[in-house]
Write a protein that binds this ligand. Structure first.
Ligand SMILES: NC(=O)c1ccc[n+]([C@@H]2O[C@H](COP(=O)([O-])OP(=O)(O)OC[C@H]3O[C@@H](n4cnc5c(N)ncnc54)[C@H](O)[C@@H]3O)[C@@H](O)[C@H]2O)c1
Length: 262
């Protein structure tokens, strides 16, 4: 860890979807920099494994199990953070609905895409904002959008629409919350090599990571010629949460190996 290793000492963060993938990497990064982190995730099994691992390292991580679309469970998660922790002043909205369908998408598919990614995100954000200490001047939110929010992809209409909505949410929330000193930004990752992507490439495309990264239609679409590791998304998220980004709000930061540059 760098000299910024205690940037978040004494702070508390909530990371939705923190049990796995990018959310787990964000939790790891924040804990490593002195933060206490509440992981809010619907997967009790993955959440327990992740929290146990971080606690073994001596970090302060707490698991609250629930779905981001469940208002009562979200409220309970914020209320059940350990009593000696400061109130959460940092929020990372990672949880999302992964629904890939085109114009023939059913209402049920649309709800599965939009409910977690937008309605759930807004419920968590509302609960976070309402729980902030009065006069809190250093609160920050980072939402996870995607390169998919910026482009068209065959068969991705539901997912890309939901992620484009995250960009709109981020800008409007930034405007609304700026008078209270709350910054709101998003990141747009390119393909991240997590367990689900590894399984998809192996089982559906028959490719391991080196083969997928070498393929022009996969890794070759990124200027850097490869996919990201979750930690490479977590680092800029930590920056946007930190006081080093104190004059940054309402932006989307592509973390995409140059995908959107061309
Ligand atoms: N992996 C990528 O290539 C990639 C690229 C761009 C953007 N993203 C975005 O990054 C975020 C994290 O993706 P990931 O790849 O790390 O996913 P992941 O599947 O590895 O982890 C997602 C976590 O969110 C939890 N979750 C899902 N829905 C939930 C809900 N309704 N309520 C509570 N928890 C819920 C899951 O249990 C899981 O632990 C998502 O918003 C995704 O759209 C991912």
């Amino acid at each position: 860890m760098t000299s910024s290793s205690s940037r978040f000492a004494g702070r508390t963060a909530v990371v939705t979807g923190g049990a796995q993938g990018i959310g787990a990497a964000v939790t790891e990064r924040l804990c490593g920099e002195g933060c206490r982190v509440v992981i809010y995730d619907k997967s009790a099994d993955h959440g327990r494994i992740t929290v146990d691992e971080f606690r073994r390292r001596g970090w302060q991580a707490h698991l609250a199990v629930g779905d981001v679309t469940d208002q009562a469970a979200v409220a309970a998660a914020f209320a059940e953070a350990p009593g000696d922790w400061s109130p959460p002043t940092l929020l990372v909205n990672c949880a999302a609905g992964f629904v890939f369908a085109g114009v023939e998408a059913t209402p049920a598919q649309w709800r599965s895409a939009l409910d977690p990614t937008i309605i759930g995100l807004s419920l968590v954000t509302q609960t976070f904002v309402n729980g902030l200490p009065p006069h809190e001047a250093d609160a920050a939110i980072v939402n996870i959008a995607s390169i998919s929010a910026h482009i068209a992809q065959e068969g991705y209409l539901t997912y890309n629409t939901s992620k484009a909505a995250v960009l709109g949410f981020t800008r409007c929330a930034a405007q609304e919350l700026a008078p209270r000193g709350i910054r709101v930004n998003s990141v747009s990752p390119g393909t991240v090599w997590n367990a689900n992507n590894a399984r998809y490439h192996r089982e559906v495309l028959g490719l391991d990571r080196p083969a997928a990264e070498a393929a022009p239609e996969h890794g070759g679409k990124f200027l850097l010629g490869r996919f990201a590791d979750p930690a490479e998304i977590a680092a800029p998220i930590a920056f946007l949460l930190s006081s080093e980004a104190s004059f940054i709000t309402g932006v989307d930061l592509p973390v995409d190996g140059g995908y959107l540059a061309v």
